[in-house]
Design a protein around this ligand. Structure first.
Ligand SMILES: [Zn+2]
Length: 211
């Protein structure tokens, strides 16, 4: 009796890291190709062509169409962007609330900064609602800032500190409580104290204000 048939043989095309839709996280993957073979006595003899390919998550073992790999860079960027916006918004409002008074000029400055670095234009009413939210739920200033710190270079950190100083100075003077918040932000971002003093000195001398 002659036994013949077909069989799919899997081979690895590529391995790497991807955003697994099932785990919703960065995971190792294996991209596999399936080739169909004509078999004789269970031995693959003649290739019959491609039977498809798939991506397998090495964590949950879920399999996905190979297009899933294309989503990775974009998602990573969007995720960073939204985390960055959250951190910026939260930090600026925390600085504004530091001295216990909300000034109109401070509100305008915070709005300007949020909209400069964000995707969606925030109206003053939306900002007021957000401020109320932060007042009611006083999470530490590090909550969002910590998450983006590993993705920031020195320049990125400086921008955040400069924005914070601009908010603090917008009501005409920089309060001691505001300086303390700014110093805490720089500690969270692991900046050297002399670096921060330098930025503070540079910015306060320009506008003629002192702490
Ligand atoms: Zn997975």
């Amino acid at each position: 009796m002659i036994i013949f048939g077909t069989r799919g043989i899997k081979s690895t095309v590529k391995t790497g890291q991807f955003t697994c839709p099932q785990c919703a996280a960065q995971r190792p993957y294996v991209h596999k190709k399936v080739k169909k073979f004509f078999t004789l006595y269970f031995i693959p003899l003649i290739p019959l062509g491609d039977a498809g390919d798939y991506v397998e998550c090495q964590s949950c073992r879920g399999t996905f169409v190979s297009r899933v790999l294309d989503y990775r860079p974009n998602q990573g960027m969007n995720q960073f962007q939204s985390q960055y916006e959250k951190a910026m918004r939260h930090c600026m409002v925390k600085i504004m609330l530091a001295d216990g008074v909300i000034d109109d000029n401070e509100m305008l400055m915070v709005q300007k900064i949020i909209n400069k670095f964000g995707h969606n234009d925030m109206t003053l009413d939306e900002l007021r609602a957000f401020v109320t939210q932060v007042e009611r739920n006083p999470q530490d200033i590090s909550v969002y800032l910590k998450a983006i710190t590993p993705s920031l270079n020195e320049h990125g950190k400086e921008i955040i500190i400069k924005c914070a100083i601009a908010v603090a100075a917008s009501d005409g003077h920089i309060d001691k409580s505001e300086i303390e918040q700014i110093q805490r932000m720089s500690q969270i971002m692991e900046m050297s104290p002399s670096h921060v003093r330098g930025i503070l000195g540079e910015m306060t001398s320009k506008s003629g204000q002192t702490a």
